[in-house]
Design a protein around this ligand. Structure first.
Ligand code: ZN
Length: 237
């Protein structure tokens, strides 16, 4: 039974070089707005009734079997482990894995800051690695799991790679291209449409992001206070 949204988690953080040993170069501002979609059974069935206020937000998530829902959770946890690797490098924690017949093909995590590369999103890293494993630029009959709703760039790469299905955790209301802002994965005029399952471990995926931004805000605040204290001490000498 698919449930309506239970609340928004808005995480906003300014990442700068003063507070991040892992970051060099220009200051980077990251603003993430994440919505948790509660899914008691991973959106196993779409909504069949809705109020007037919900008519513009009809869940088109296809039916997923109980067995598939369990597999989805299993692989989403692997994607979350990838997100943890990103966080350890000071990156926004987003992780992705590509799976075929319940077998891991490739994985990736966000590396944009470390690599000074705005295209180094988890999904792109994963797709590029998968191409080398499969020795094919088409990734037929595969499922990509990612902890955050794909952006337009990553959705485009998924269409080009012919990935069959994408499963994601938290919605991204700012840049989500799987329905939150725009739906490029199921655009009827494209030559390939993906099956989309949203909201798998959504709360845990969103918590991973919001805790990261909360911690980063505290680190930046502490760094600014330390800087002010140092300046005050210099002035009183
Ligand atoms: Zn992306």
């Amino acid at each position: 039974m698919s449930e309506t949204k239970t609340g928004n988690i808005v995480a906003k953080s300014t990442l700068n070089t003063d507070a991040d040993d892992n970051v060099t170069g220009t200051a980077v501002e990251v603003v993430e707005k994440v919505t948790v979609t509660a899914s008691k059974a991973n959106s196993i069935t779409p909504s069949t009734t809705c109020s007037d206020s919900e008519l513009t937000d009809i869940d088109v998530t296809p039916t997923v079997s109980v067995e598939q829902a369990a597999l989805d959770e299993k692989w989403m946890r692997v994607a979350m482990a990838q997100a943890t690797l990103a966080e350890a490098k000071g990156e926004v924690p987003v992780g992705a894995v590509l799976v075929q017949d319940d077998t891991l093909i490739a994985s990736g995590y966000n590396l944009s800051i470390c690599e000074h590369n705005p295209t180094a999103h988890a999904e792109i890293e994963c797709i590029q690695a998968a191409g080398k494993v499969l020795k094919n630029y088409r990734m037929l009959n595969t499922t990509l799991y990612v902890t955050l709703e794909p952006c337009s760039m990553c959705a485009g790469a998924m269409v080009h790679s012919r990935i069959a299905r994408v499963v994601y955790g938290a919605d991204d209301l700012k840049t989500g291209a799987a329905g939150s802002v725009v739906d490029l994965l199921r655009h009827p005029q494209f030559n390939h449409q993906l099956e989309v399952t949203k909201g798998v471990l959504a709360e845990e995926c969103a918590a991973q992001l919001s805790q990261f931004f909360k911690r980063r805000r505290a680190e930046i605040k502490a760094a600014k206070q330390a800087k002010r204290q140092a300046q005050t001490q210099d002035q009183t000498r």
